[in-house]
Design a protein around this ligand. Structure first.
Ligand code: FAD
Length: 320
């Protein structure tokens, strides 16, 4: 895969898992793969990317890049692509990456394929794989010109630490006047003790079958015992039972943890498309005819109020 650049997003002092996964995938396809880290005091972070397959990491380190705003990063990536001649630029899905990828596509007049779940070299050509028709088919997508830009769904690839070293190269940060128009006035951080829903290996999700908002207490307990994150259906976030960022599904997040435990969730198609890529799906539902039993790996017909606390107890006992 010649001339590939991967945008390495960072959050709270760490490179995020989805962009490391994209980097590992690009490296596995072969060729020369570079990464770019943009931010303030990010040089140490950049070095970590070598482990995941980057031969070189461009470091754009400038206080002007401290806030996670897309336009200054468009300037950095556009200059890199022009100066170094990258023909492919890859991103792992996030709000910032989506804004950046679309801004870069406009700036470079380049084609962007988004929502991809895989990429392959077929007869020497790059082919993106994109789920369509509510994820019932996988279509091949391509690019008519270079640079080719691609944005991948969260969890499409696992980061693979191969133990390499990346050369670091500082890049000059020159921002366009119009790129500095937006300023970050305030940043709120969600209080969280476990992993984020995007990064978690285990997600315990709750639906309307929990009966009331307080039902999420036992979901949190189970998630904590398993070291996982909490997810929710749209029905419950719309009802104000749990925060919107936890919504999984068509209009929420697409997740693919190793284990997804659906508690009191019917398994509507709009929920299914957001979690069907999970490794093992466990469903707990009192209705044996609930649609979720048609696509889960392990189904428990029972009341969540009885099954979930017992499961938490068992997990805790095992861990002890
Ligand atoms: C355009 C559009 C986009 C949408 N996007 C999304 C999306 O992104 N994400 C999403 O989740 N939904 C989405 N929806 C909504 C979706 O269609 C469903 O309405 C929703 O997923 C249902 O949520 P639920 O499973 O929590 O509730 P329900 O469908 O009401 O299911 C509750 C389940 O709990 C079970 N139950 C009840 N009591 C118990 C108990 N004590 N113990 C065990 N089981 C129990 C019931 O048998 C039932 O199966 C979207 C809909 C539309 C039209």
């Amino acid at each position: 895969m010649p001339g590939t650049l991967v945008f390495l997003e960072h959050h709270e002092g760490e490179l995020v898992k989805s962009s490391l996964g994209v980097l590992s995938k690009a490296a596995a396809l072969g060729g020369d793969v570079a990464g770019v880290v943009a931010g303030s005091s990010v040089r140490d972070l950049a070095g970590q990317a070598g482990e995941y397959g980057a031969s070189r990491v461009y470091v754009a380190d400038d206080p002007a890049l401290e806030a996670p705003l897309p336009q200054p990063r468009v300037d950095v990536l556009a200059a890199l692509v022009r100066d170094k001649g990258f023909d492919t630029v890859l991103f792992g899905q996030s709000v910032l990456a989506a804004d950046l990828a679309s801004g870069l596509a406009a700036r470079l007049d380049a084609g962007l394929n988004w929502d991809l779940t895989d990429i392959a070299l077929e007869d020497g050509k790059l082919v993106g794989k994109r789920p369509a028709l509510t994820d019932s088919v996988l279509v091949d997508v391509g690019w008519k010109s270079t640079p080719r830009l691609a944005l991948f769904r969260t969890g499409s690839f696992e980061p693979a630490a191969t133990g390499g070293n990346a050369e670091l190269e500082d890049v000059a940060v020159q921002l366009e006047a119009h790129s500095t128009g937006a300023v970050m006035l305030e940043q709120a951080h969600e209080e969280r003790s476990g992993p984020s829903i995007e990064d978690a290996d285990v997600i315990v999700a709750g639906g309307r079958g929990l009966g009331k908002p307080e039902g999420f207490g036992m979901i949190e307990e189970l998630a904590k015992a398993l070291g996982g994150a909490v997810g929710a259906t749209r029905a419950v976030v719309d009802a104000g039972w749990y925060p919107y960022p936890t919504q999984v599904g068509q209009t929420g997040k697409t997740v693919s943890p190793k284990l997804y435990i659906a508690c009191g969730i019917s398994g509507a198609i709009q929920h299914k498309v957001g979690m069907q890529g999970s490794g093992t799906i466990v469903a707990i539902n009192k209705d044996p005819n609930a649609p979720i039993f048609e696509f889960c790996d392990i189904g428990v017909v029972g009341d969540v109020n009885e099954v979930v606390p017992k499961l938490t107890e068992l997990v805790r006992a095992r861990k002890a």
